[in-house]
Design a protein. Structure first.
Length: 117
């Protein structure tokens, strides 16, 4: 199983970015897909998660600004980030909890998001 992330880049404060992550390989069921992030000198933190049944969970600081969505047919998760702030600057990692013959956590390669004027 592989997770390939797309998007990221440099944006001004108040701007928007969209991240996408596609899962491929021997996949039975993707139970959860979403995003974590890690800023320099900080621990990795959950940003947004989307379950197979449609439930979502957000880190408090991104509520109302970020939206996680999922295309189950394409095994793809998206993160629409609006009203970006400098404190959103981090490496964003795609995450998935996937059942193959066992249930495992998978991570994408990380994509840099920089919010700066």
């Amino acid at each position: 199983v592989q997770l390939q992330a797309f998007g990221g880049g440099l944006v001004r404060p108040g701007g928007s970015l969209r991240l996408a992550c596609a899962a491929s390989g021997n996949i039975d069921v993707i139970n959860v897909m979403g995003w974590y992030r890690q800023a320099p000198g900080r621990e990795r933190e959950m940003v947004a998660l989307h379950t197979r049944t449609g439930s979502t969970n957000y880190e408090d600081s991104v509520k109302g600004r970020f939206t996680v969505s999922r295309d189950n047919a394409k095994n793809t998760v998206y993160l629409q980030m609006n009203s970006l702030k400098p404190e959103d600057t981090a490496v964003y990692y795609c995450y998935a909890l996937i059942a193959t013959n066992v249930l495992n956590n998978y991570w994408g390669q990380g994509t840099q998001v920089t919010v700066s004027s």
